[in-house]
Design a protein around this ligand. Sequence first.
Ligand SMILES: [Mg+2]
Length: 102
Amino acid sequence: MHLEEMKKEIENLVITKGFYNKLEDIPKKLLFAFIELGEASDAWKKGLPQEKIAEELIDVVFYILDTSRLACPDMNMDEVFKKKLEKNFSRPYQYGEGHRHK
Ligand SMILES: [Mg+2]
């Protein structure tokens, strides 16, 4: 499944379950993504099974894609992913981690 398909599945879930679905809800969705990151970190720190860590990371992906659906609806996230990956590959070795050389 690609990101655009995932976005549609998440939209279906949001509508079916009556979750927040307005532009004004975007900050909440971003906050929930952070909360899920915290849950993933907590699961890892507690040495929980990989399945639990992965589930929390997928929760992060859910909120991020759901936010993209509302915040930048005209963007194709599969295309954005490809472009950004190419951009990052074009950067120097260990770019953005200059502190490692100090
Ligand atoms: Mg969770």
